[in-house]
Each structure stands twice: as C-alpha cells, then as structure tokens.
Design a protein around this ligand. Structure first.
Ligand code: GAL
Ligand code: MG
Length: 974
C-alpha cells in the first residue's frame, strides 16, 4: 500500500476533483523570460498508477506523447466508443502511468520571488511532486496547469521535480473525442517567477469604435496588498488613463479589497484600424503594475484587435457585417508527434488555410495550443474556441451527473480565462457530442456572466430544436445537416438564430461532393451563414512497416507529396495491433497527413474566391468584390483565354477599384478569335504583395466564364482500313495491352463503403461482372460487338461499334443497365496501355482531380500532368485521380509518340497505374504495386462523391441511373 497521499486518494477516479493546489487560469502570458524545462526527462511507464516506481529509468522527450516514443503503450484509435468498458467515473485497473522526473537548479537570484511551475498539457491526470512531496493535481488534457512552488523550490538549490501522468481517469470519459488515444506531457513545461506583487489577470475589451478597456486584477503572494500600487498602460505608444468612475464606484460600494486589487484603464484610439479576418490589424498593449514608489513590479504584453461581435436577428455580425463563415475543424495534430505541435507546425496549418480561402477555425474539440490563437489573431482567422468536453460514449449519463458538474464549469471557465483576449475568438463552444444537461447550463451561466461580449454555441443543445437551443447556444449549429434542411429551416419563418453548421462536408478519403451546392444555397439564403468542414487533418501516423512502430519525432521525415517515406505508411485505426478501433475514420481531413492539400482544397479556394467573374454580357465581363471588408488592391490578375484547338492566350488584367460587394463591368480583354472552337476565359488572381501567409504571386482563385460553346462535331468520314478484334470481340491495338471493356465499378471511396453503396454494388456483382460475347458482326470495315456483362441480379447489354476513321478508330458504345442496377458508380470503358506513356495532356477541367459533384474549382483549360502525379494517395486506397469534363487527351512518351482520344462530349476520365480491383484489395499504399502501363477509364456517367461516410450522400443530379447510356470516342496513334 502506497503511503503517497496523492496516489492513495486515487484522484483519477474522482470526477469531483478537478485540481488540487492549482493556480487559477489567467490571460497573462508568462512564456517569455521563463526557464524552459523541455528536453529529456527520466521516465518510466508503470502498468497502473499505484504500481511502485522502480529504479529502472529510461528517458522521454518533453513535450511529447509516450505512445509515439518507443514504449510498450501504443496509440489506439476509437471514435465514439471508449477504449475500455468500465462506466464513468471508473477506469480499468490496467492504466498506463508515466513517471517523468528531472532535477532543477533554482537560481539564487530568484530568492524572494514567486516561483510558478507551468505544465502545458498532460493526458489525462497530472500529479506533481517536488522532492517526494505532493504539491498538485490537475485535469483537462488540453489546458495548462500552474502551481505556486515558491515555498517548495529553494533558490540556489537543486530539487527533483516529478510529474506523474495517469492515462485513464474519470476525465477520460469527458475526453472521448474522435481521435487517437495517447498519453504523456504534450505541451511545454516551464518555470517562471514574478514579484510577490503581481498581475493575477488582465482582461482586454477593444471595440470597433476604438474604445479600449483593460481590467486588471492584482494580488500579492503574502495575501495583503501593499499600499499605493497602481497600474499604467500604453497602446501603440498612447497612454491609457485610470477609470476614475470605476474606482469611485468600487469605493462607494465598499468593494475595495485588501487582497484583491482591481483597476481599470481606458482609452479611445482615434481612427482605429479594426480587426477582421480579412484585415487582422493588431495593436501592442503593455500593462504595468507599479509599486507605490513607481518601480515596476510586473508587466504584461497583449496584442489587441479592435472589433465587435454580435448577433442581430438571425445574423452573426463582425463589425456590423454579416460575414460568411468559411470554416474548418482543427485538431492539434502532427504525423510524427501526435498532439504536440510547434509554432512552425501551427503556422504552416494556418498558412495553408489562408491560401485556400478559409476564414475560420473551430478548435475541435478542445482548446488548442495557445500559440494557435496568437497566429489566428495575426494571420486573420475567426475562431470558435471549444471546451475540452466530449463524453460521447456516455453522453447522456454524464450531462446531468452532479459528480461531473465541477468539471464542466472548470473546463469551460478555464478556457475562457485563458483565451478571452484574443480578437480572433468570436464564439465560445461548450464542447462536442455530450448530450445536453444541467452541467452545460451551469457552464453557460458562468460564461454568460463572465464574458457578455461573445456569443456561445453548443451543438448538443442546438440540434434538439434549431429554433430554440436553450441557454447553451446562441447559434443553430447542427452537424451534417442536408442542404435542403438548412434552406427549409431558413425559409420556415421559425428561424431565430444564425445557422452555421459546426461540422459539414465530411472530408474522409475522396469526398466533399456537393460543397459548391452547399455554398450556392448559403449565399442565396438569408439566415444561412456557413459552417466548418470536418476536418483539417487526415490523422495518419507515420509508421515503420518493418516493425509496426510509430516513426516518432526522429522519424523518416515527410516528403511533402502526401506519400509516406519509403518503408513507411500512414497508420490508421487497427495498425498498432489494437483490436478495439474504428479503422480509417481517423483519416477525414482536407489535407493528407503531411499537410499536402487534397484536391478539395482547390474546390474550396474557388468557392471562397474574393473576386468573382459574375457573368459575361455584351458590355464585357462583370467582376464582383466578394469580400466583406477590403478592396482589391492586395490582388493582381491575369486573363487567360483557352481555345479548344490548343491555344491559350494571355494578357494582364487591370482590376477595378471595387469596395466590398460592388460590381463593375470590364471590357473583354481579347478579340475573340473566330476559329478555335470552344473558348473559356479565366481570370487568374494572385496576391500582389508580400503577405504574412503568402509571397506575392500566390494564386488565390481562378474564376472562369465560357465565351463560346463547342461547335457541333461533324462525323469524320469512315476510312478504308480494317479494325482488328479477336475471337472474343475485343479490340486489338498496338498501344493497348487490355482492350476497352465495360466498367461499372470504382474502387469504393470511404463514402461508398460507409454510406452503404459499395456493399450493395458488391451484392449485385458489379465488382466482378462476367463478360460474354454475344456476336461479332462485320459490315465493310466497321465491326459491331455485342456482349453481355452478368452480375448476380442483372445483365448489362453492351454494344461497341468500331469504325475506322481518318484519324484512327471511332468507338461508339451503348450500355443498357437493367432496372436492378439503379445508382451505380460509373458506366464507361476501361482499357490499359503499353508502358512508356507517362504524360497526360488534356483539354478539360483541371489540373487537379475533379468529380461531377466536386468540379467548381477546376477550370477548363489545357493541362499537362505526369501520369504518376495524377493520383491522390488517399490513406485507404480508393477511387482517385479522376478528371471531370475532359474533351480530348493524349498519353505520350518522351518521344511524343503515344495515343490520343477525342471524346464526343465532356466526360469523366481517369488515368492511373492501378486497376480498380488493385485499389479495392489494398488497405495501405505500401501494398500497391503500380503497373507500368496506364489504366484509362472513360465514363459516360460517373457518380458524384457525396459525403455519406458521415452526412448526406450526393444529390440526385449526380447519380448514375439505370437504362441506356451512350458514349463515343476516337482513338488515334500519335
Ligand atoms: C462528428 C464528431 C467529430 C467526428 C465526426 C466524424 O460527429 O463531432 O468529432 O467524429 O463526426 O468524423
Ligand atoms: Mg464524437
């Protein structure tokens, strides 16, 4: 039996205990000037918190999860279900517990000062000992804990600091977010000192009128405050004045306290430059606490953004404007270090978001690393700051469990106390997927009193009834609501709150179909204001294939093209030997695990375009400034005219001077050539100046209009050349190693699998249709082949007519899908080429991957991409690499020989190194062997992608119906 009281009291199974010996959270940042304690610590991993600590020490890097640093405890992924089946607040007896130790020498110069230990984050319970003496306990894996160790650490002497981190606890039941389970100290540890007389908190309120109010709380380590202390402050060199009304009112009400000092400073900044996500203007504020003799006892620095947030009617307004929320959900994540992220990592995340048109982040589902908010202030992103509460598996039991009441209020209030001064935060969130109970209202009550300046949201309350989400939500913030439901709500006459989806458009695998339709509805419907895509990251962990271990921080590094380093793969649920897991559901972000943007990012960028080409009228091109707050002077443009005959003309664009929302007609920049066929005009818009998130010349959007339709194609005359087919009616061609056959199957996307489509397609036998030739007829040089493709429940009749024409062979196809095959993945032809054709050039949408319901961001033009770069390495191999609206293409080798295809109309085409069945059978990319030739699909119809892995499927215009499908194409040799 241990004699350590911290262990004996088993705080890890006491939800009422949220901390012991911990200092109140505040917004005074002590990171600069502190003594960092990051680096290597002695470490041992015990099987349970009450197991004896041995003399057997290894070491670990702090900050970092031990699950990624070569211990026996590996990462595990579960979504809703808990990794163990004990009921809250209990946890299993087997409970990995990391003991971290290091010696610290306290400088003699710290004598007489207050000494504070800050542990940035520990999962999930932190116990603190100094020289064997218990000094503190803290819970909440995503907020720092501070302990006043002034009486415990002795200046000039050496002490041993022990941080014990218990992995499973009552608090784990509140941290059941959909992510990897880890253990360890995941943010920095440091010691800082202050004068005994110190700033206990600073609250900044800065309004768009330029009014600035700074509230300071002052304490003294000894309790009673010395006489005569006072506060001063400056904002960008402008001195703030003491609010005498505040002092007088406090004095009259006898609120002046001997041990809690309160002071308020005021000023108004004239002609203030206001903060918005588009214009992230920050002012430097310095607050000083003085002793009676004028000397400075403490200083606090803040960056202030002057802005207002309010809800008026059903609109969320920033500085009076109804801004669109183009958001994404973001976890703290890195493929080598898990939840430990550096300044550079976070900056890189936000830079990617800014470059792709996002303007908002929801910190799903816990307060992110504090640096994130500094960066959001600086780069310009609105933030919904979310408390670390997700009791998903036991949501209903916990929401009203009074034993957890304290934890709810603790988690919400400490987040707000830490983050309240960030202008980027425009909304607070009570957490995620935790039902709705009295515990939420308790936290909401505290929050509304403490910070009346920001709205509050909570999906668990808002989804019960969008019209009346109770005390806990000012915003209707459902998740994955179908577009039609959102529009219907906005039109119902019952909407009372802004509708901003907290999660929508689930980005798992090849996904985000209908994103543009969402936005068309949002922009057209008053009451709809946007939402947060689920989510930013694909949480693949870099894993060595040889031994199945996480590569870790010293790992193989990241290549930056989405592909794991050789000998490695991106691990998802189940890959670390876990038996309880939720597979690839952890990989549902808009970037791959090395932050390579998935093609959906280009779709988003275009949807978010700050400058729109509205339409083409006789007077010219109408441009619209589609921003909320700024002009176009930060942008520069270039016109591009793509003609079907292969020409691309280009000319500089002069952007008009437009205020937000304004339009102007500009003349057509080119004399449209008479010939050349179909013509598309694109405005390539890029940054004109060096921005914190983009160098000049970074493309921001490429809006496009069609100037001329394709002329009706005139059939090529038949040529007198034989077409060769074999006894099975299969085309024989020197460039093809597999003749064109009918394909109704695509390697199921995650949406196809989890949305229940792929299981249906398999049941119909579409993955293994059996082809039987029915007849081969020759009529002069034309060959007609009839074939049947049998599934388990129906037969498709397929006709191919091969006609030699001047340029090559015209292939005219027809497939008749029986009624049973309602809603299939594709109807089209598939063939395989000889090796050596490694470059695809096409006229159509591109250059990036696009699908019928995700093609708004891929302008029509002439594109060329090496075949090996066409494919997107989605974590679980699946349909990938498609290009929408292809009119014609060539596949060529270095000597420019190869094959060319001209399509009857814009079609979905894909060229990859994999057959659909290669991809279908693989769980990871390292299992795949690229073929040397190309697998080419030409689809008469291709099903949209939708988002059915979590949320709505695609909508009806993007479905592939049964019945007759016809398509034709001409194959030629180059
Ligand atoms: C939501 C949840 C997220 C994530 C997502 C699916 O229900 O809030 O945390 O699980 O679904 O990927
Ligand atoms: Mg959940």
């Amino acid at each position: 039996m241990t004699r350590d009281p911290l262990i004996a009291l088993r705080p890890w199974e006491s939800p009422e205990v949220t901390s012991w010996g911990r200092l109140p959270m505040c917004a005074v940042d002590r990171r600069s000037g502190a003594m960092p304690l990051d680096g290597r610590w002695r470490f041992q991993l015990l099987p349970a918190p009450d197991s004896p600590v041995t003399g057997d020490w290894a070491s670990q890097h702090v900050p970092g999860a031990w699950t990624l640093q070569d211990t026996w405890d590996l990462p595990q992924y579960t979504n809703v279900r808990m990794p163990f089946d004990t009921f809250p607040p209990a946890v299993p007896a087997a409970d990995p517990t990391g003991v971290y130790e290091r010696d610290v020498r306290i400088p003699a110069a710290w004598a007489g000062r207050r000494i504070v230990l800050q542990v940035g984050a520990a999962e999930s319970v932190l116990l603190v000992h100094v020289d064997g003496r218990p000094v503190g306990v803290s819970k909440d894996s995503h907020l720092a804990a501070e302990f006043d160790l002034s009486g415990v650490l002795r200046p000039g002497e050496r002490s041993t600091l022990r941080l014990t981190v218990v992995k499973w606890s009552d608090a784990t039941h509140l941290e059941d977010q959909d992510q990897w389970w880890h253990g360890g100290i995941t943010r920095s540890v440091l010691l800082y000192t202050t004068d005994p007389l110190h700033l206990a908190d600073v609250t900044v309120r800065a309004r768009r009128s330029g009014e600035l109010r700074v509230d300071c709380r002052v304490r003294h380590a000894a309790g009673a405050l010395p006489e005569g202390w006072y506060i001063s402050g400056e904002v960008d060199g402008r001195t703030l004045t003491q609010d005498e009304d505040f002092d007088r009112a406090n004095a009259e009400d006898e609120r002046v306290s001997a041990f809690l000092g309160e002071a308020r400073l005021l000023t108004t900044v004239p002609e203030v430059r206001t903060w918005t996500a588009e214009t992230p203007e920050l002012y430097e504020l310095t607050v000083r606490l003085h002793r009676a003799d004028g000397t400075v006892a403490d200083t606090s620095h803040h960056r202030v953004g002057f802005r207002d947030v309010e809800i008026v009617g059903r609109d969320l307004l920033v500085n009076g404007e109804r801004v669109f929320i183009r958001g994404v959900n973001r976890h703290d994540f890195h493929p080598l270090t898990g939840r430990t992220v550096t300044y550079d990592d976070m900056r890189a995340d936000l830079v990617v978001l800014k470059r792709f048109g996002f303007n908002a982040i929801r910190t799903a589902h816990y307060p992110n690393d504090p640096v994130l908010y500094d960066l959001a202030d600086e780069l310009g992103l609105y933030v919904v700051d979310e408390a670390d509460i997700e009791s998903h598996d036991h949501a209903h039991e916990i929401a009203d469990d009074p034993r957890y009441l304290n934890a709810f209020v603790d988690r919400v209030s400490r987040m707000v106390l830490r983050d309240k001064n960030h202008p980027s935060i425009i909304v607070w969130s009570l957490g995620n997927e935790s039902d709705y109970g009295a515990n939420h209202d308790a936290a909401a009550g505290w929050l509304r009193r403490h910070d009346p300046t920001r709205p509050l949201q909570y999906e668990g309350a808002a989804k019960l009834d969008w019209a009346d989400p109770g005390l806990a939500s000012d915003i209707a913030c459902p998740m994955y609501a179908p577009i039609e439901d959102c529009v219907a709500h906005a039109l119902s006459g019952k909407q009372t709150k802004p509708l901003i989806q907290c999660e929508y458009s689930h980005a798992m695998g090849n996904s985000n179909g209908t994103l543009a339709d969402h936005w068309a509805a949002i922009e057209a419907t008053p009451g709809l204001q946007g939402g947060f895509i689920w989510e930013f990251w694909d949480h693949g962990i870099l894993q060595r294939v040889s031994d199945g271990r996480p590569a870790g921080r010293a790992g193989a590094g990241l290549h930056g093209n989405g592909v794991a380093a050789p000998g490695h793969r991106w691990a998802y649920g189940g890959d670390f030997g876990e038996t309880v897991h939720d597979g690839a559901f952890i990989a549902d972000g808009v970037v791959l695990p090395d932050r390579t943007p998935k093609p959906v990012m280009y779709e988003h960028r275009e949807i978010a375009a700050p400058l729109r080409v509205e339409c083409y009228k006789h007077e010219g091109i109408v441009l619209r400034n589609h921003q909320h707050f700024r002009g176009l002077d930060w942008l520069t443009g270039r016109w591009e005219l793509a003609l079907a005959d292969g020409r691309t003309l280009s000319a500089p664009a002069v952007l008009p001077d437009l205020r937000p929302g304004e339009t102007a007609a500009v003349p057509l920049p080119f004399e449209l050539p008479r010939d050349g066929g179909e013509a598309w005009l694109t405005l390539r818009v890029s940054t004109a100046e060096d921005l914190p998130w983009a160098p000049p010349g970074t493309e921001v959007c490429a809006p496009q209009v069609r100037l001329r339709l394709a002329p009706r194609t005139v059939a090529e005359p038949a040529a007198d050349r034989p077409v060769q087919v074999d006894a099975e009616g299969l085309l024989v061609h020197p460039l093809l190693i597999a003749a064109p056959t009918l394909s109704l199957w695509r390697a199921p996307t995650d949406n196809d699998e989890l949305g229940g489509l792929a299981p249906r397609w398999r049941a119909w036998g579409l993955d293994a249709l059996v082809r039987k030739v029915v007849s081969v007829q020759r009529d002069a040089s034309r060959v007609t082949v009839l074939a049947e493709y049998a599934g388990t429940v129906g037969v498709v009749r397929h006709r191919q007519v091969f006609t030699p024409v001047e340029s090559g062979i015209l292939v005219d196809e027809q497939a008749e899908l029986p009624e049973e095959f309602d809603d299939v993945a594709r109807v089209g032809s598939v063939f395989e080429t000889v090796a050596g054709l490694d470059l695809l050039e096409w006229f159509g949408q591109g250059p990036w991957e696009s699908y019928p319901d995700r093609s708004a961001g891929a302008p029509v033009g002439h594109h060329r991409v090496p075949v090996d770069e066409l494919f997107t390495p989605y974590l679980r191999p699946q349909e990938s690499g498609g290009r929408h609206g292809v009119r014609h293409f060539t596949l060529s080798g270095p000597d420019a020989t190869g094959l060319g295809v001209v399509l009857d109309e814009p079609r979905q085409v894909s060229v990859t190194r994999y057959r659909a069945e290669d991809l279908t059978g693989a769980a990871h990319h390292d299992e795949l062997k690229p073929r040397s030739g190309c697998v080419v699909h030409i689809d008469a119809a291709h099903r949209g992608l939708g988002t059915a892995s979590c949320g709505p499927d695609t909508s009806s215009p993007y479905l592939v119906p049964p019945g007759v499908h016809r398509w034709s194409w001409t194959l030629r040799s180059l």
